[in-house]
Write a protein that binds this ligand. Structure first.
Ligand code: SF4
Ligand code: SF4
Length: 93
C-alpha cells in the first residue's frame, strides 16, 4: 500500500541538494499572480525565508513573500521544486 509523505529516496535527494548548495548564494522571484497560497514552499524552505502575506492578488489569493535580509538563500531550489504552480524562479549567484 502506498503511504502518504516523502519516499525514502526523495528524502536523501533533498538532503543532498541542501548540503550541496549550503555555501552558495541565491535568490528567488515569486510570481504573485501564479501563487495559490498553498504554503508548501514555506515548509520546504529550511531557512524560513518564505512567509505568508496579507495582500491579495487579482485571483483572490494572498501570495507568499520572499523575506531575505541576511543573504541566507542558497538557491537550493527546494521551494521551486515543491511549488505545484511553478510560481517560483530560483537564481544562483
Ligand atoms: S532557494 Fe532554497 S534557501 Fe532559497 S528560498 Fe528557496 S528553499 Fe529557501
Ligand atoms: S508553493 Fe507555490 S503556489 Fe504554494 S504558496 Fe508557495 S509559491 Fe504559492
Amino acid at each position: 500500500m502506498m503511504r502518504p509523505g516523502i519516499a525514502g529516496h526523495q528524502k536523501h535527494t533533498w538532503k543532498f541538494i541542501v548540503q550541496e548548495t549550503e555555501d552558495l548564494k541565491g535568490h528567488i522571484i515569486i510570481d504573485r499572480e501564479l501563487c495559490k497560497e498553498c504554503h508548501l514552499c514555506i515548509h520546504a524552505c529550511k531557512k524560513g525565508l518564505i512567509i505568508p502575506s496579507q495582500e491579495y492578488n487579482s485571483r483572490g489569493y494572498r501570495p507568499v513573500c520572499f523575506k531575505e535580509e541576511r543573504g541566507e538563500c542558497t538557491g537550493c531550489a527546494l521551494c521551486a521544486i515543491t511549488c505545484p504552480d511553478i510560481a517560483i524562479e530560483v537564481y544562483r549567484e
